[in-house]
Design a protein around this ligand. Structure first.
Ligand code: ATP
Ligand code: MG
Length: 435
């Protein structure tokens, strides 16, 4: 079955509000085996609402809409749909009583305009709204189903789960959507696609989508199937082939974020970690602590923006900063080693770079970042060059720092070809005499 979603509300056409209801609805409809083929957003205008519904009903059997069911003049969905379908609006006394009871429970009396919410297209099924006054409506007409839901997300969600899902489940087809979401770090999108396209293209039943964001690419595989065992077998097989091709570039296959994966690895290895950050100013620490339970492995971190603080907080020799500059592999190493030594953590991270937009030089342009990971007797440093604005540079630096921790546990070689596409120079490993 195919469905379209319509979000009604002029506020959704402004920069202040976005339509999130359709994300929830799409996930739930997919789980019922219903594919969403189009979403529309329309303002509070009767003719526009009718146009949108008319067009949708010409294309699909199911239209799910949200918003515009309230009591005010700009809540037009009910009127628009009834008129479009040629259904009379009938006053429903049961709804009036329910709204009155709701107002009474707050010690208030019902306003006259709430009667609008009790006007029901003839033949419609009323969907109870325990969290608000506007009831939802399930309308069947000319082999089409129209479901009207209130706009407020918490009202819509509870109504969909309690009232709509059971009704849809009875008619939903056997087909279900199965998916696998992979996260990949360290490969540009084009390189990634070049590697995996020959594999996924042989799976014509699987829909593949690459979603790139700074420092990470999500690869989504989707398959519609009536046979869950077969669908999972296909996805397992595809995932195995992809894993062979990408190896340690794969961060997770079950939707785990980079910080969750790093947290899991630290926990599994009973290792602790501490950070000394300059250009990322605590972003690595912030991301590490997004994960619940991170106190088990994250000891703490320092933000050492000035040269003096690099010395004071992480023991970076002033002379070293003078000789090599604050943005250098040497200082990144000293930050990582210093914070590890001072906190007693198993691992220390040091980050220093030029986030921009100012501060770049020909030798160290904006986007230059040095990251080091210090472990017992061994410190690894990477010099990287990130494109993009300040936010993007900082984010990618944090991503690379976390990825170094991840790879540390995988035992993947840092200097492996292609691992550091954005690299200025080859990654270096050296024994440190300081630790
Ligand atoms: P009410 O009885 O609250 O007026 P309603 O069905 O008329 O319900 P709207 O007036 O259209 O709903 O929207 C109420 C609020 O719900 C909006 O201010 C907005 O915050 C939220 N909302 C509406 N539509 C959406 C949507 N598609 N996604 C997310 N939030 C929404
Ligand atoms: Mg409203």
């Amino acid at each position: 079955m195919h469905a379209e979603i319509i979000a009604v509300g002029s506020e959704l056409l402004t920069p202040d509000r976005s339509d999130t209801n359709s994300l929830f609805l799409t996930a739930r409809l997919n789980a019922l085996g219903i594919e969403v083929t189009r979403k529309s957003i329309v303002g509070d205008n009767l003719a526009a609402i009718q146009d949108t519904f008319r067009a949708a009903l010409e294309r699909v059997e199911l239209v799910v809409a949200s918003g515009g069911l309230g009591p005010t003049e700009d809540d037009l969905t009910r009127d628009a749909v009834a008129e479009l379908l040629g259904l009379r609006l009938v006053r429903n006394e049961e709804i009036i009583r329910a709204i009155q009871a709701r107002f009474q429970s707050f010690g208030r009396t019902m306003a006259e305009n709430n009667v609008r919410q009790a006007m029901v297209p003839e033949g419609a099924t009323i969907l109870a709204n325990p969290r608000g006054t506007a009831p939802g409506l399930w309308i069947e007409s000319k082999q089409r189903i129209v479901v009207l839901l209130p706009g407020p997300p918490r009202e819509l969600k509870s109504m969909f789960e309690a009232e709509v899902e059971p009704l849809l489940a009875r008619r939903a087809p056997e087909l279900r959507l199965y998916h696998r979401d992979l996260r990949v770090a360290g490969l540009p999108e084009s390189d990634l696609d070049q590697r995996i396209a020959p594999i996924y293209k042989t799976y014509s039943d699987v829909e593949t989508t690459l979603l790139a964001s700074p420092g990470e690419i999500e690869v989504h595989f989707r398959i519609w199937s009536a046979d869950s065992a077969e669908a999972n077998r296909r996805l397992d097989e595809l995932e195995r082939h992809i894993a062979l091709s990408l190896g340690e570039y794969i961060v997770s296959t079950s939707g785990e974020s980079m910080e969750q994966v790093v947290g899991r690895l630290l926990t599994e290895h009973r290792a602790t970690i501490a950070t000394a950050e300059s250009c990322t100013a605590g972003l690595v620490a912030e991301r590490l602590t997004r994960v619940a339970g991170s106190s088990a492995y994250f000891l703490g971190g320092v933000v050492c923006y000035s040269n003096e603080m690099k010395t004071a907080f992480a023991g970076v020799p002033a002379k070293m900063i003078e000789t090599h500059g604050a943005v250098s592999a040497e200082v990144a190493r000293a930050l990582a080693e210093g914070i590890r030594r001072r906190t007693g953590a198993a691992l220390g991270i040091g980050v220093t770079g030029v986030a921009g937009p100012g501060g770049g030089t020909p030798a160290k342009p904006v986007g230059t970042v040095h990251i080091a990971l210090s472990a017992k007797g061994n410190t690894v440093a990477r010099g990287l060059m990130f494109p993009g604005d300040r936010e993007r540079v900082r984010w990618q630096a944090s991503q690379s720092a976390l990825d170094m921790v991840r790879r540390h546990f995988l035992g993947a070689s840092e200097s492996r070809g292609g691992a550091v596409r954005a690299g200025i120079g080859a990654a270096t490993k050296r024994r440190s005499s300081k630790v």
